[in-house]
Design a protein around this ligand. Sequence first.
Ligand code: AHM
Ligand code: MG
Length: 355
Amino acid sequence: MKNALYKNIDICADYTSIPTKMANTNKTLGEFIIENQEEFRYSSGELSRLINSIRLAAKVVNHEVNKAGLVDILGAAGETNIQGEDQQKLDVYANEAFIKTLTNREIVCGIASEEEDDFITIKGRNEKNDNKYIVLIDPLDGSSNIDVNVSVGTIFSIYRRVTPSGTPVTIDDFLQQGNRQVAAGYIVYGTSTMIVYTTGHGVNGFTLNPAIGTYYLSHPNMKFPEDGRIYSVNEGNYVHFPQGIKDYIKYCQKEEGDRPYTSRYIGSLVSDFHRNMIKGGIYIYPNTAKDPNGKLRLLYECNPMAFLAEQAGGKASNGFERILDIQPTELHQRIPFICGSKNMVLKAEEFMQNA
Ligand code: AHM
Ligand code: MG
């Protein structure tokens, strides 16, 4: 028995022989991008290259996140971001890694990041402003979890610019409704590293085989179960929640039918969302007395997650209206967020609207 156990450990030490879905016969992310290129509305190959560059930056950040604890990358960088929050060293590292990778490829004309005060303008070939795509990014979400080895993630959102090519980007290029996203996704740096993304044709998930640095299609056509039994909310803030959310939480806890539901809250949106999409559940970050607009950012967090949720058959709302139809008014705007299995979100909305 003991020998058998050691034998397994030996096998697992060699990632290339893990006999799972990640077996090298699965389609790679690179192959998948090429095969599905014609699905893109404007298929010039640029969006494929853009997603490829996100894949590359994700590998670099993944490498660094996995070293945390061994090298001096943990803790605060001594600066605060525009929202007045402490920036962690890894936040800063991830921000730079994504911006650098996205800048050098003549595809992106503007980037807005949760970690930057203002948007960044990027010139194309020969200093012309003729690149097409806008990227909004939360480089390292859930960063309060980094120090304690709990999953964190990157969230990205891609739009086409709305101002004319040849002119510098303006704030209007960034303040687009979420329903205009051409692609969105996240990377979860968890027990394994995954990229999950959509270009408006369903949601697919790819797992990194760290031994050879390749992402394999491990979760094709991901779908939120219509109903779920998990609710994810920071109940520590309960007394400050709006009455509708308090009522919904009591409903989740009531012994009736398939209830009570289970409470699961990691405090990393990407990880909570990922689990709920696989198992069925609802994520809620409401407005509170302290934060009248909630905590999460419409452009960097809620819109991309809402696009993914809808593409996976789920739903995302602020309690009263569809997240993707909200007209943003500022770059770092916050919004209450309810997202997950369709019937659970509908029920939460019912409580919000009847409170
Ligand atoms: P961040 O972008 O500063 O990391 O904040 C976003 C995170 C989400 O990932 C998470 O769901 C939420 O904040 C947790 O907030 P709280 O600790 O208030 O529950
Ligand atoms: Mg964040």
